[in-house]
Design a protein around this ligand. Structure first.
Ligand SMILES: *Cc1c(COP(=O)(O)O)cnc(C)c1O
Length: 403
């Protein structure tokens, strides 16, 4: 089956009674009109890199954003009214959400990003769209942006304005992110055969897609969840003690600079535990089961760069920093448990051309640039700027949303 067909078969179980099947089918074909390459890794049997970077903004965030924009756009059309999508980004969510909602009637998007922590191309993808898209550079870190957005949702003074989130706490993002695990299994595994997936992780939305796929019945031998130097999760898995990292550490894989993953409470709940907003654990999850299903290690910036070089040298595999964290974590897993003959997919979550400086530093050449990214260099940018201060942000919203 095509990717769009698999998406339709998986998602219809959740949209029954809400969206007619024929409509969902059209929507899936329209959202997933790009390739999802499974690149075999030279010298390794049954191991592929799944490149989730062929969408319009060249990261895996397109998979969820394009489905969510179509669904929300449809509901707004049916119900009338207006909606503002408020989102914080560490780089790729903002561009994927902005691109997916650009020009959608009745919807306005406000994206907050940390001014010094996104790459030039990531920033230009958001700041050159205009129309119903507004971007705000925050003098702070991603965690500051996320905190501002969360406070706005809970602020009684903004109650009059319909707001919605596009961050990975939104279930509308997690379900589309479960589809590519089925797609990989359909291409790589025999019927009923369990696969290994390696998913470079930050806010744990992508890996939750795999956890949900497994709960839907997909056989998964092990879910490998590598992180960068923000190592709160592998520490938790090893010790059972959770300590978030504040402020988060600034690593080259910038979309994973998260010191307290917003989906962690969900993962803990899947294993019978309870964690609150602040990261305090009120009931411990079944750690033994978590350790059986998951594997996690932390990859330093230095190892990330070495991995970009080694993957190219040994396998002609071109990886950017996030994919390199994924690949290095996969190798850590192989050192502990042999694959035997199990098929494996390691996710590459962004296009190498989004991080040309990193590729040049590690490999000495620039990656080929897809047309969607090349066009950005000719466009002019437009964005607002705010301190990491809630009162200033509230005034900004009241002024904008009141128009
Ligand atoms: C967002 C992002 C990640 C992390 O995904 P989570 O769902 O937050 O764990 C990894 N790589 C890239 C390129 C991203 O944009």
């Amino acid at each position: 089956m095509s990717y769009a067909e698999i998406a339709f078969r998986v998602l219809r179980k959740f949209t029954q009674g809400v969206i007619a099947e024929a409509d969902l089918h059209t929507l899936c074909r329209d959202a997933y009109n790009f390739d999802v390459p499974l690149e075999p890794v030279a010298g390794r049997d049954r191991t592929c890199v799944m490149r989730l970077d062929q969408g319009p903004t060249a990261s895996f965030k397109d998979f969820a954003a394009r489905m969510m924009a179509r669904l929300i756009g449809r509901f707004i059309r049916e119900q009338g009214g207006r909606l503002t999508i408020l989102t914080a980004t560490s780089g790729d969510t903002g561009s994927a959400v902005a691109s997916a909602f650009h020009g959608v009637e009745g919807i306005r998007v406000i994206v907050l990003f940390p001014i010094a922590e996104v790459s030039d191309r990531q920033r230009k993808q958001m700041t050159t769209l205009r129309d119903n898209i507004r971007t705000v550079a925050v003098d702070g870190k991603f965690d500051d942006c996320q905190a501002l957005v969360k406070r706005a949702f809970a602020d009684p003074a903004l109650k009059a304005f319909p707001l919605s989130s596009a961050n990975s706490i939104n279930i509308g993002r997690l379900l589309p992110q479960s589809v590519y695990y089925f797609y990989a299994a359909a291409r790589l595994a025999n019927r009923g055969e369990a696969m290994v997936f390696a998913v470079p992780s930050g806010n744990f939305g992508n890996m939750m897609g795999c956890v949900f796929a497994r709960q839907m019945g997909l056989p998964v031998k092990r879910l490998v969840v590598p992180v960068n130097a923000n190592d709160e999760f592998p520490r938790f898995l090893a010790t059972g003690e959770y300590a978030k990292i504040e402020p988060s550490r600034n690593c080259r894989s910038n979309a994973m600079n998260v010191g307290h993953p917003s989906n962690l409470a969900r993962l803990v709940a899947v294993y019978g535990g309870q964690m609150d907003e602040t990261g305090r654990i009120h009931r411990g999850p079944d750690l033994a089961a978590m350790r059986r299903d998951l594997f996690s290690s932390s990859i330093s910036d230095e190892r990330t760069r070495e991995t970009i070089a080694a993957a190219w040298r040994e396998h002609q595999l071109l990886l950017e920093p996030h994919g390199a964290v994924g690949w290095a974590g996969f190798l850590d897993y192989l050192a502990v448990e042999p694959l035997a003959s199990a098929p494996a997919a390691v996710l590459e979550t962004a296009h190498p051309a989004k991080f040309p400086e990193e590729i040049e530093a590690a490999l000495g050449f620039s990656p080929p640039v897809p047309p969607s990214l090349a066009a950005l260099d000719r466009l002019t940018e437009d964005f607002d700027r705010l301190p990491a201060d809630y009162e200033a942000f509230r005034r900004y919203l009241q002024e904008r949303l009141g128009r």
